[in-house]
Design a protein around this ligand. Structure first.
Ligand SMILES: NC(=O)c1ccc[n+]([C@@H]2O[C@H](COP(=O)([O-])OP(=O)(O)OC[C@H]3O[C@@H](n4cnc5c(N)ncnc54)[C@H](OP(=O)(O)O)[C@@H]3O)[C@@H](O)[C@H]2O)c1
Length: 327
């Protein structure tokens, strides 16, 4: 596993991390034993960056990470604040509420200080108002967290965060199906300022593994059932914002543009890693075999410029016009 520098923490982190939303809720049933095996497998394959949030299963993802950390592992754990249901938005960005939520994450993770706390896709008006940045800054000064960053839905929101001189990281959706962060120059601007880039949804919720068919079904409590058109949260967070039928079609368009002999999920992640401004990519996983495959993207050969060009052209004409919620 190759590592990349996370500047604000002065730490090297694995370039392939692990997304831990799956260890909380909204991805069907993942048992305690399954979650523990996923985490242990990640550790054994060199993964040292884990992304979670207070709201994932109302603390369940963080508690499962605590059980893992209790074994003595010392990875970087990034959590998020802002979307916990009690009391909910907009009250969650009030200083005292944010402090309470951050304290709760600290206790659930069982750490004296949180490595990284990210604003969790705040609605644009709340993000742009700026008070949430100031509150996280205060919590850092109070010793609750080492660094703060933001998970955002759009390039415009990411640019707003870059105006804050001490923003440590940006978490964004970026994949062969969501190329705007590279095309717009955002990635390069973040890197130039020493801001870590954390890439979520590299597989467009699993779509880019290339295994689904029109009759593929997901559990009732899986967001790929209930949020495919944005009924519960931002539409861009499920299948990268593509309508189901279009999503299945574009996978078949992308497939022949990827290298032969590399599993499609691994190739999709290699594409992300080929962008040097990316600090770590955080695929989620419900099975240890997925973790092993995803970690292997670090050792696959980079794509050549011509392949990148073909994938960009395909995205521009066949994918980007159909993505909902991507601005
Ligand atoms: N607003 C936010 O801040 C936000 C929003 C979304 C996600 N995130 C973070 O980003 C992480 C990643 O995003 P995501 O989980 O939504 O999307 P993703 O990483 O694109 O997709 C994850 C899903 O892809 C499938 N998968 C993973 N590896 C695979 C492999 N090697 N082969 C075949 N299938 C594979 C699994 O589906 P099955 O479960 O069907 O096996 C897995 O649950 C999350 O875990 C979370 O930590 C943050």
């Amino acid at each position: 596993m190759r590592t990349r520098l996370f500047p604000a923490l002065s730490r090297e982190v694995s370039e392939v991390g692990l997304g831990c939303w799956q260890l909380g809720a909204e991805w069907g049933d993942v048992s305690d034993a399954q979650a523990a095996t996923v985490l242990q497998t990640a550790h054994e394959h060199g993964i040292t960056f884990f992304d979670t949030a207070d709201v994932y299963g109302r603390g369940r993802s963080e508690r499962r990470l605590q059980a893992f950390l209790a074994a003595g592992h010392r990875p970087v754990v990034a959590t998020k604040v802002g979307r916990f249901p009690d009391p909910g938005l907009p009250q969650n960005v009030a200083f005292e509420v944010m402090r309470r939520h951050v304290q709760a994450s600290r206790e659930r993770l069982g750490v004296p200080i949180l490595d990284l706390v990210q604003l969790h896709c705040l609605p644009r008006d709340l993000l742009f108002a700026g008070a949430a940045f100031a509150h996280l800054r205060r919590l850092r000064e109070d010793g609750l967290l080492r660094a703060w960053g933001a998970s955002v839905e759009s390039v415009a929101e990411a640019e707003r965060c870059l105006q804050e001189p001490d923003c440590a990281s940006l978490q964004i959706i970026f994949s062969v199906l969501r190329q705007t962060p590279a095309v717009s120059g955002l990635l390069d601007r973040a890197a130039a300022r020493g801001v870590a880039v954390i890439v979520r949804l590299p597989l467009a919720s699993g779509l880019l593994a290339g295994n689904w068919r029109p009759d593929t079904k997901f559990a009732a409590d899986d967001h790929r059932t209930f949020n495919r058109d944005g009924a519960a949260f931002h539409v861009g967070e499920t299948f990268a914002g593509l309508p189901w039928e279009r999503a299945l079609a574009v996978v078949e368009g992308v497939r022949p543009l990827l290298p032969v002999g590399v599993p499609m999920a691994v190739a999709a992640m290699r594409w992300v890693l080929d962008h040097p401004a990316v600090t770590t990519v955080i695929p989620g996983a419900t099975k240890p075999t997925q973790v092993v495959a995803n970690a292997s993207a670090s050792t696959v050969a980079p794509f050549g410029a011509e392949r990148h060009q073909r994938l960009r052209e395909y995205w521009r004409t066949e994918v980007q016009p159909f993505v909902r919620g991507n601005d």
